[in-house]
Structure formats: C-alpha cells, structure tokens
Design a protein around this ligand. Sequence first.
Ligand code: PLP
Length: 388
Amino acid sequence: MAPTTVATSQFPFLDLKAQYATIRAEITAAVTRVLESQHFILGPEVAALEEELKPTTGCRYVYGCASGSDALLLALMALGIKPGDEVIAPPFTFVATIGAIERLGARTVFVDIDPGTFNVCPKLVAKAITGKTKAVIPVHLFGLSADLAPIMEAAGKYEVPVIEDAAQAIGARYKEKPVGSIGAIGCYSFFPSKNLGGAGDGGIVSTNDPAIADALKVLRTHGSKTKYRYELLGINSRLDALQAAILRVKAKYLDAWTEGRRRNADRYRELFKKYGLERKVNPPTEPAGSRHVYNQFTIRVERREALRAHLQQDGIPTEIYYPYPLHLQPAFAYLRYREGSLPHAETAAREVLSFPNYPELTEDQQQVIVSAVARFFSHVSVGAEKEK
Ligand SMILES: *Cc1c(COP(=O)(O)O)cnc(C)c1O
C-alpha cells in the first residue's frame, strides 16, 4: 500500500515574499539609509514613523516600542496597575494579552466572548466590573473591533480605563473611529504576520491623554526623561530605527493592502454563498459602522479537524487561532478556571479555522480553496446518506 502522502501546499498560508517583491527596492533604500546613519535606537526614523501613524491610530501621541506584548505591558504600567489589581480580559486571544496582566502580579478576570464575533461580550464585561477592577482590555480579534460603546459605558461608571488590544487590527474602525483611539490606550504589534508587519518584532502604544502619554514615553526608556535621571521604574522597550525605516515604507501601502484583504473576504463570502456553504462554515461578518481589516479570515465548523485534514490533502493550508482558550492553559492554572466556565471561548477554540487571506491572494486561489471545502461537505452528506 502506498504511504499516505500529504500534498505540499499549493500556496502558502501567508505569502510575505509576494509582498516583499513589490517593495524590494524601497526597503533596500530604507535599510541602507539607516546603516549609513549608524543611528539604530529610536531617533529620527522612529519619530517619523510615530508621526506618520497618528492619523491611522486616531491618536495625538504614538510611541514605538519593542513589541505588541510590550505595548500591553507599558499600557498597564502607565495606568499604575499593581499586584492584586483586577483586569478584565477575554480568554480567546493571543497569550500576550493575559501575559502582560499576570506578569505585573495583577489578576485576570476572564470574561467570555460573543460567539458571533469572537470578541469579548460587553454584557458580561458590565456584569464583571467591580470596585476592584482597574482596567478592561478588549481585544479586536482577527481585525474586527470589539463592541466598544457598551464596554466604555460600563467601564465609565466605575472610572475604569479601557486598553484596546489592537495588535491584529491596525486600520480597523468602530463607529467610524480608528480602533486604539476610543479607550485610554491603544496597543499595536508589528509582528511580521500582522497587517503592518516589520522585519522582526516591534509595536506602538497610542493615546490622546497627555498624562498617560508622558508616562508611556518615560516607561519605555527605563523610566528616564533626562539622561541618567529616573522618574519611574521603567523597562527597555524601544523600536529600532531599522524596523521603523522598513515600517515607514510599508505603512504607505497599508490602506491598499487592507482593501485587498477586505476584497478577498467579500469574495470568500460570495463563493461560500454560491456553493450554498454559508450556514455550514459561518463566515465572518462586518457589523454596521465597523471596518474589519481581516488579519484573519476565520470561519467556524463543527467538524473542523476533518475539514482541515481534507484541505491539507489538497495542498490547502489553514491555521487554528487559537486551539486552546487561555483560562485552560497550564501557565494560568493558578487562576483556577475549570473546563465549562467560559463555554463560548471553549467552543470557539474547537471550531475555528482560518483561511489564507492576504492582499496578494488571487481569485483563482480562493476558487480552489472554496471548491475543496464544497467537496468536503458533499462527501460528508453522501456519507450521511449511506448511514441511513
Ligand atoms: C500579536 C498579538 C500580540 C502581541 O504582539 P507581539 O508583537 O507579537 O508581541 C498581542 N495581542 C494580540 C491579540 C496579538 O495578536
């Protein structure tokens, strides 16, 4: 018997090389400029990037830092979050959201998600806020803004600041406003797979509050405002000039690239509809007034593992973001959550499947992907018939 072979992928899950090919000369020029200057930490390139990203973030103050994870950490530090403080956050997110809270000794209070959007449920946030709550961190998962208005309202009643984890959502809007400008602080990541990705780690924090801005700026450079004077206990979390120079090139294309992701998302939806698969795959939707930037195009299906294996046989790559909710991770066992305590997050972790979606993905590739999904479901229903 021939060994089962898994086809090598027809195309990658994320094709960063295709994007690089379109801007190679500009990137080379930017890197050379920095090397010639021999100025590598912060400096004019970082200041220029910060300035250029102000309209995108909708914020008057933008500061480069070492990563999206550090952006979250700096945000919590700037708000004075200390051991024992309660911070509300969803369990269905990348680990960094919770890691930032826990490493400060603060205590995460997990709030379940809305199964329709994968984002934290505003009604449950309102229920969970108490006098002990010192911050709320909604995450704009996969590029769609969390439902911020009711979250801001509930947090406002207790004067609790909201930190937006916009790592996956640069350029996204909520009720026509850029994400990251609605809460007290916005946190963004330039991890290479994010919509604005660097050539390594990087991030920014943004705010419209001058006092918070002061704290953020000082905290990222060891807590010092003037050389060798330390106002606060800070960290070393700065953006490199090389990253900034590369990101400045890419930031010019962000809007066009985002439109490409949005066009692909529309196409996926049309194709799923054409094949009558909508109710089987539950494609993501865009609430009125929101601009979804589709860092991921994530569907949900009950028979996820079988579908994923079927697609893999056809050389179609998919990913699972995220296979385990954070309240059930060994690292956070001390928080004492149990299976069943946050059911929507747990179900999402079992059902989500992300499809390739980047600006350079072609209509033909999407056609190949969706027809493979259609074949899977036709086999499934034939199989079900036979069992009768
Ligand atoms: C990527 C990501 C982060 C962390 O960003 P890094 O730059 O990788 O440190 C935080 N939160 C979410 C939701 C993310 O997707």
